[in-house]
Design a protein around this ligand. Structure first.
Ligand code: GLV
Length: 309
């Protein structure tokens, strides 16, 4: 198979030798928009330019170098017969679990208050906190969400998850389907969004849904910026309806310098780093799938376009 590397934001010199070593039976080349079409059948992509698809018309498989495929599904230039394959976990789920656990412990164990007390050299003997006061809700129970939910449940927090369809995760109470969303929100104080972005989930974090959370709620968004109606959160923080937020993704990235999230002490901003694409793990996973395809076998992680992930 001839595979093109078409990721303008990644350094090909860091990727291509490793890809070639992992797939010695394939030809790996870097997409050259100035040259003639390469004739490649597959491409590794992350935010590819639209011209790729008019130029490289032989492509039948795209390996996305990320879990979220929303950007690709918004590109009408990708012909319908082209198979899109997303990264499945590939070391991202544990990073998301670390991020969620850090955000939860910082809030639920009052670490911010202790930091402030230290700045005043104050020995703050406040009352201890109880895990029971921090029911966690995880929106989205795919590979990443299931891992996040399982890790936090293992730490002893009451954890529920919400997904489109029912599933079993030990120690996690699962709410399935749109009609179960209000009950899921009503028992949740610490809400973590790891949903894929689809037309159904866009804007799902809004005044109506967030106002159903328990008092003193904290929102973590590690899904996509378009899940959150940012003006609603800004207003609800101001009104005291939501106590705080830890946000890794934004409607505009980088977050514009004048955005109110930068300056609100109740909001913790990170620059879309909750789960980075790990090169070795991603290459090993893609190489395994390429080998399976070359043997004529089915692979997992193929995006269902109608479903949106
Ligand atoms: C990162 O945002 C990803 O989709 O993997």
């Amino acid at each position: 198979m001839h595979i093109l590397f078409a990721c303008p934001h990644h350094d090909p010199d860091a990727w291509v030798p490793l890809l070639q070593a992992a797939m010695p039976g394939c030809r790996i080349s870097v997409w050259n928009p100035e040259g003639p079409p390469s004739g490649a059948q597959a491409a590794l992509v992350w935010r590819p330019p639209a011209e790729l698809f008019a130029h490289e018309t032989g492509l039948h498989t795209l390996f996305n170098l990320g879990a979220g495929v929303d950007a690709l599904l918004k590109m009408p230039e990708i012909p319908p017969h082209v198979r899109i394959v997303r990264l499945e976990d590939a070391g991202m789920a544990v990073q998301m679990a670390e991020y969620a656990l850090y955000a939860l412990l910082r809030v639920a164990r009052d670490f911010e208050a202790f930091d402030q007390a230290q700045a005043r050299q104050h020995w703050d003997t406040r009352d201890g906190t109880r895990q029971a006061d921090w029911p966690v809700g995880v929106l989205g129970l795919g590979q990443v969400g299931a891992r996040v939910a399982a890790v936090l449940a293992d730490f002893g927090y009451p954890v529920a998850g919400w997904a489109r369809t029912p599933r079993e995760i030990p120690g996690v109470e699962v709410y399935a389907g749109r009609e179960a969303l209000p009950d899921f929100l009503a028992r949740t104080r610490f809400l973590i969004n790891v949903l894929p972005l689809t037309p159904d989930t866009q804007d799902i974090l809004n005044r109506d849904t967030l106002s159903r959370l328990l008092p003193g709620a904290h929102l973590v968004n590690v899904g996509r910026g378009e899940h959150l109606v940012e003006e609603d959160l800004v207003a609800m923080l101001e009104e005291g309806e939501i106590a705080g937020a830890t946000l890794d993704v934004f409607r505009t990235e980088p977050l514009p310098a004048d955005h109110p999230f930068w300056r609100d002490p109740r909001v913790h901003v990170t620059p879309h780093i909750a789960a980075r694409t790990l090169r070795d793990e991603s290459i090993a996973q893609i190489a395994g799938k390429v080998a399976a395809l070359m043997r004529g076998e089915a692979i997992t992680g193929v995006v269902e376009r109608g479903r949106g992930y």
